[in-house]
Design a protein around this ligand. Structure first.
Ligand SMILES: Cc1cc2nc3c(=O)[nH]c(=O)nc-3n(C[C@H](O)[C@H](O)[C@H](O)COP(=O)(O)OP(=O)(O)OC[C@H]3O[C@@H](n4cnc5c(N)ncnc54)[C@H](O)[C@@H]3O)c2cc1C
Length: 321
């Protein structure tokens, strides 16, 4: 057993961002695990994705031509199982996504291997693969190893591992499995896209987020106008999105978006629960404003301001009018 097998996700004819990140994670582990880094594409036209997957350090792209371009858990489960048995990788990497969840745990069981989901760090210590993942709904982290596992399947958290940048010529190979025998369990009818909120938290460089400290829905528009005047994207904590005071697309955190491109994050009336911190604690400059001097958000803030957000709003409105 050696090498790493990455399973590609794609949609609308494009490789999903999570796959690039998973390849990045695979490349960072390649030397430690040993063996080749293989990337598997499953589609009715897998060659169309080959160029986008041809990163420096990838040894082989395996093209599995099946009856459809759409994801089907049975097809993916069977093809990945067959490729894993054929290539014997030590590590199989998938995205921690709805697609990954639909076949990853079953795959690990069928292979008799180890399994970890929601992994945000991987390492190889004294020859043993170690994954760091969240437990207790993100309130604590745990390191897990897989003693005796011949192969380990890991699902990696999005917006956590850097995608590689350098492209290269990578050799392509056709899957040697008899794919004609593999049929889908489902019939894809159509994608239903979420309504556009006109913002992208993951791409914004400057985010001003509001939390339960704004107290009432009627105050949302005031902070929305202020954010707009300051040139910030309006973000929020989960209670604000759960109450439908803002669309879900504004939510920062574990079950929202990660502020992946943000340089400046202003947190207004947000306590700093670990699930919120997950989406923003990496930001270079964090300004937190809270009436509670002991609020956990101050533990990650570059600048902490112990004051009422409505008083601050008044001062900012005078400045940015
Ligand atoms: C599985 C799971 C996933 C989750 N995912 C997310 C997620 O993605 N994103 C997320 O945000 N949360 C998430 N949560 C919820 C999270 O645990 C917290 O409940 C949430 O982040 C709290 O939001 P908040 O800080 O706005 O509210 P609170 O914790 O109620 O904090 C409000 C803060 O406002 C301050 N405040 C009040 N009035 C004022 C004022 N006038 N001026 C200044 N400060 C004031 C208070 O001192 C307090 O610190 C998740 C929870 C679970 C269990």
């Amino acid at each position: 057993m050696s090498g790493i097998l990455v399973v590609t996700e794609h949609r609308h004819g494009e490789v999903s961002a999570i796959t690039n990140e998973v390849i990045g994670a695979g490349l960072s582990m390649k030397k430690k695990v040993g063996g080749p880094l293989m990337v598997l594409v499953i589609s009715d036209c897998p060659n169309t994705y080959a160029n986008s997957l041809s990163y420096e350090g990838v040894d082989e792209i395996i093209l599995a031509r099946v009856g459809s371009d759409y994801f089907d858990s049975k097809i993916y489960g069977e093809v990945v199982l067959g490729e894993a048995q054929a290539h014997q990788p030590e590590l199989i990497l998938l995205g921690h996504t709805v697609n990954g969840m639909a076949f990853g745990p079953a795959l690990a069981t069928q292979l008799g291997g180890g399994f970890a989901s929601d992994v945000f760090e991987i390492d190889c210590l004294e020859g043993e693969i170690v994954a760091t993942r969240a437990i207790y709904e993100g309130k604590a982290f745990v390191e897990v190893s897989f003693p005796g596992a011949c192969v380990t399947v890991m699902m990696l958290r999005a917006a956590t591992f850097p995608a590689p940048e350098e492209m290269a010529q990578v050799s392509l190979s056709q899957s040697s499995l008899d794919l004609s025998e593999i049929s889908a369990d489902t019939n894809h009818i159509k994608y239903i896209e979420p309504p556009s909120a006109g913002i992208d938290i993951a791409k914004s460089e400057f985010i001003m987020s509001i939390g339960r400290g704004i107290q009432d829905e009627e105050h949302v528009s005031r902070f929305a106008v202020l954010a707009d005047r300051m040139g910030a994207t309006l973000g929020c904590s989960r209670p604000i999105a759960d109450a439908a005071w803002l669309p879900k697309a504004h939510q920062v955190g574990l079950t929202g978006k990660v502020a992946a491109s943000c340089n400046l994050y202003i947190a207004l009336g947000i306590s700093g629960a670990v699930q919120h911190l997950h989406g923003m604690k990496h930001v270079d400059t964090i300004i937190a404003v809270n009436t509670d001097a002991n609020a956990p958000i101050f533990n990650v803030a570059t600048y902490g301001v112990n004051m009422d957000i409505f008083e601050l709003a008044e001062a900012l409105e005078r400045q940015f009018n």
